[in-house]
Design a protein around this ligand. Structure first.
Ligand code: ADP
Ligand code: MG
Length: 225
């Protein structure tokens, strides 16, 4: 119950979120301004400076991009899709990258009706976020098991990696905006994913064991004619 409360508070603190975004964007902007000022005063901008400026710009772009997904009007373009194809598309998209990282996808898609009403691009975004996290958790490579099955009017998608895992005290923090332990991370992937699944009347859960791996469980209501 406490957890439910915490979560709903998290979702209503739009102001806090805005403050966080402003902060995250202001930092790279300050760097960019500093370099431009340097150029103006000394004309001594070198390749390293320009490289840094580019990566700061990329960072702003990444953060804004993640928020654009949330800003889209919701429930406007819901279509009926078989989630096996939606997830299959994402797996194909990530396949070459996975190959490069020594990661293999092991899929187990059950038979039967897996149609759901969804904004397909948003769901793809969720699967991309989760699969990328799984890959990033396995720097030496490994297997990601992806299963779809349905039960009692629900479709369950589980994505299990053999990565570093997440300590218990950190699990509660997942979904907080900007919570990341990666140098190039935004800490927005899980938050955005949770919100998208929520707008589809679904559930998003994470189970993990340090040194063993992590499972993300996504449950969505089956489409009813
Ligand atoms: P980012 O990937 O940019 O850090 P996310 O919101 O996607 O942001 O994830 C937040 C944090 O949750 C990650 O930095 C990482 O510490 C942890 N995490 C997420 N997924 C996994 C996973 N599959 N295995 C281990 N840690 C994970
Ligand atoms: Mg991520």
């Amino acid at each position: 119950m406490e957890e439910l409360l915490r979560r709903s508070e998290k979702l209503t603190t739009v102001g806090q979120l805005a403050a966080g975004v402003a902060h995250e964007i202001r930092n790279p902007l300050t760097t960019l301004r500093g370099f431009l000022q340097l150029q103006l005063e000394t004309s001594k901008l070198n390749t390293r400076h320009v490289d840094l400026m580019l990566s700061e710009l990329d960072r702003i772009n990444l953060i804004v991009g993640e928020f654009l997904i949330l800003a889209k009007p919701q429930a406007t373009r819901f279509e009926v899709k078989d989630i096996r194809f939606t997830l299959g598309d994402v797996i194909s998209l990530l396949d070459s990258q996975a190959h490069l990282c020594n990661v293999v996808f092991a899929t187990e898609f059950g038979d039967g009706d897996c149609r759901i009403a969804c904004e397909e691009n948003q769901l793809k975004q969720v699967f991309i976020n989760v699969l990328k996290n799984a890959m990033e958790a396995m720097p030496q490579g490994g297997q990601i098991a992806i299963a779809i099955h349905h039960q009692a009017g629900q479709v369950c998608v589980s994505i299990t990696d053999e990565g570093v895992g997440i300590p218990e005290e950190k699990i509660a923090k997942l979904g907080d905006p900007f919570y990341t332990d990666k140098d190039a991370g935004t800490g927005l992937g899980i938050m955005v994913s949770q919100r998208i699944i929520q707008s589809h009347q679904g559930h998003f859960e994470i189970e993990s064991k340090v040194g063993v791996g992590t499972t993300v469980l996504i449950t969505l209501p089956l489409y009813k004619e």
